[in-house]
Design a protein around this ligand. Structure first.
Ligand SMILES: [Zn+2]
Length: 110
């Protein structure tokens, strides 16, 4: 299964806030790809207001959010900044459409 992570980085023109908008598959493996992007965003705006927005993700895997939050906190501690990165997530993590499609194909074939 190819879970592709897509991220759009939005920076305020005055460099006071950054949003990492995720709109692909967010998994327990590919969440790590967000870390260098988040680090860059923090460095660009002084770590003031960075948000990882997962509300547009089409798939969120079980513990990926918790793993991301833990890794972000460790990253911030390592950078020595007092800032915090907010993670916005939908109340119910969406199931991968590709997975749902392949299950439906198996049901049809059976
Ligand atoms: Zn997926």
């Amino acid at each position: 299964m190819n879970h592709k992570l897509r991220v759009l980085v939005r920076l305020d023109v005055d460099r006071t806030a950054a949003v990492l908008a995720v709109n692909g598959c967010f998994t327990e493996i590919n969440y790590r790809a967000l870390l260098p992007i988040a680090r860059r965003a923090c460095a660009l705006i002084g770590g003031l207001s960075v948000t990882v927005d997962l509300t547009g993700a089409r798939h969120i895997e079980g513990n990926a959010i918790g793993s991301l939050e833990q890794a972000l906190n460790m990253m911030l501690a390592g950078m020595g900044t007092s800032g915090k990165i907010a993670v916005q997530a939908p109340p119910i993590p969406p199931v991968c459409p590709a997975l749902a499609l392949s299950q439906r194909a198996q049901e049809v074939a059976a």
